[in-house]
Design a protein around this ligand. Structure first.
Ligand SMILES: *[C@@H]1O[C@H](CO)[C@@H](O)[C@H](O)[C@H]1NC(C)=O
Ligand SMILES: *[C@@H]1O[C@H](CO)[C@@H](O)[C@H](O)[C@H]1NC(C)=O
Ligand SMILES: *[C@@H]1O[C@H](CO)[C@@H](O)[C@H](O)[C@H]1NC(C)=O
Ligand SMILES: *[C@@H]1O[C@H](CO)[C@@H](O)[C@H](O)[C@H]1NC(C)=O
Length: 433
């Protein structure tokens, strides 16, 4: 009984997603906003696209080059109402930029808001969905990030938010061009419930801030499931807390978006950025770089090129890791265990320490395999530490076979990530159900 129900459940998710064939694994790329804000132009964007290629980031999957806010002219075309770009910043138009990005083998995205203005005060798309979508398609756009500023109060209940965001979803579909639809409504009205079949991803919270755990009154919610003011300046550990109950809502073609990455922007330590990158990957958030990719430190490159962590994010199973437990530590921080399953009877788990001192803990493998059952979790597993390199220099060092428990030491603000596979001779998960 249990087995057939599970088999059925795993066959379902693809059916419910937005039917545009995109984002079957979380989208990856680079966006202008976190680092450059409104200070963007053609040279910056095309130069960054070239840097993605020359740094081999595109080979790792970072394929979308995303133009965020402030590409706009002061106003729309007065005759047609069509959106117009700022000709000083984009002398060849957005189309000219898109052509150059396509020539590099990459895809290109643009930004607007489901409101009268964008968050940067430019013209928004509310009431202009069709002409905007058509214009984007004619420019060769492959991706739309769609914000929530100046929404004229058309929010507050799921049906109203749904209708407003669905108006753009339909307009994009009607262009006939597959355009990845990335909703950015800050989790308002619970998009994980209402947007599954109209968007490829939805932001779950207020904007990220380049900080590990600082409380900021502008990110006032403690629980996104009951949040009236998503705010912004949300630290990494807070967004992760918000995401903890939402894993079940995401899957192939429809993802929880924890917001763009801050790795490389300078507000966090190496270990904190490792935590940020690892956890975004495990919960299957889009991985959108937000740093200056033309000028990166070796530490930044080390983090964003860890292909073992990226493989977890891009696992075809599309199953977000969930938090098994969160325990208070004596130093005021907490220790968290997250686990998830991958294709081919592989699993991933992470141990995260938000405290300020080193901590060593025996992690129970029965806890890790909560979803697979006690009998399965009692088996022997080969573990690979995904932040250590093996002898051949590849990420993912075999640290041995374990049964029952594994002792894990995690430094302050650090995360350890392990891939687990049943040791040879062990039964497959499905046999144990
Ligand atoms: C538009 O929606 C229909 C129905 O879901 C789908 O079959 C089609 O692929 C979509 N087209 C685009 C371009 O997204
Ligand atoms: C990119 O990959 C190529 C081929 O593997 C390699 O020769 C080159 O050094 C790499 N470049 C960078 C910047 O890592
Ligand atoms: C959706 O579009 C329709 C038709 O243009 C419009 O009447 C309606 O007000 C829009 N809904 C929202 C919530 O913006
Ligand atoms: C934590 O562990 C690391 C690595 O073992 C060590 O270098 C560091 O000094 C330790 N820090 C503290 C505060 O004990």
């Amino acid at each position: 009984m249990a087995r057939s129900l599970l088999a059925l459940a795993s066959a379902l998710p693809a059916v419910m997603a937005l039917n545009n064939g995109l984002a079957l694994t979380p989208q990856m790329g680079w966006n202008t906003w976190n680092r450059f804000g409104c200070g963007i132009d053609e040279d910056l964007i095309v130069g960054s696209a070239k840097a993605l290629v020359s740094n081999n980031l595109t080979a790792l999957g970072y394929n979308y080059v995303l133009i965020d806010d402030c590409w706009h002219a002061d106003s729309r075309d007065p005759d047609t109402g069509a959106p117009v770009e700022n000709k000083d910043k984009f002398p060849n138009g957005i189309k000219g930029v898109a052509d150059q990005i396509h020539d590099l083998g990459l895809k290109v995205g643009i930004y607007s808001s489901a409101g009268t203005y964008t968050c940067g005060g430019k013209f928004g798309s509310l009431g202009f969905e069709e002409i905007d979508a058509k214009t984007y398609a004619s420019w060769g756009i492959d991706y739309l990030k769609y914000d929530n500023c100046y929404n004229e109060g058309r929010a507050g209940t799921p049906p109203v938010s749904y209708e407003r965001y669905n108006n753009m979803s339909r307009a994009l579909n009607e262009t006939g061009r597959p355009i990845l639809y990335s909703m950015c409504n800050w989790g308002e009205d619970g998009p994980w419930n209402f947007a599954v079949d109209i968007a490829n991803s939805w932001r779950i919270s207020g904007d990220i801030y380049d900080n590990f755990d600082r409380y900021d009154v502008r990110c006032p919610c403690t629980d996104m499931l009951d949040c009236k003011l998503p705010g912004f300046h949300c630290a990494v550990t807070r967004i992760l807390d918000f995401s903890a109950p939402l894993g079940q809502k995401a899957g192939r073609g429809h993802w929880n978006d924890l917001d763009m990455l801050e790795v490389g922007n300078g507000g966090m330590t190496f270990d904190e950025y490792v935590t940020h990158f690892s956890m975004w990957a495990l919960v299957k958030s889009p991985l959108i770089l937000g740093n200056d990719v033309t000028d990166m430190s070796d530490d930044t490159k080390t983090i964003i090129t860890n292909d073992a962590i990226i493989a977890v994010n891009q696992d075809p199973n599309g199953s977000p890791a969930t938090r098994v437990w969160k325990r208070s530590l004596p130093d005021g921080g907490d220790l968290q265990l997250w686990s998830g399953s991958l294709v081919n009877n592989q699993f991933v788990f992470a141990v995260l320490n938000t405290g300020t001192s080193n901590h060593t803990e025996d992690i129970s493998l029965i806890d890790v395999f909560t979803d697979q059952g006690k009998s399965f979790g009692s088996g022997t597993f080969t573990l690979f530490d995904l932040w250590q390199k093996d002898d051949s220099g590849k990420w993912g060092k075999n640290i041995g076979d374990f049964q029952g428990k594994v002792s894990v030491t995690v430094g302050a603000h650090q995360t350890k990530v392990y891939r687990a596979t049943p040791a040879s001779g062990a039964k497959r998960a499905v046999d144990e159900l």
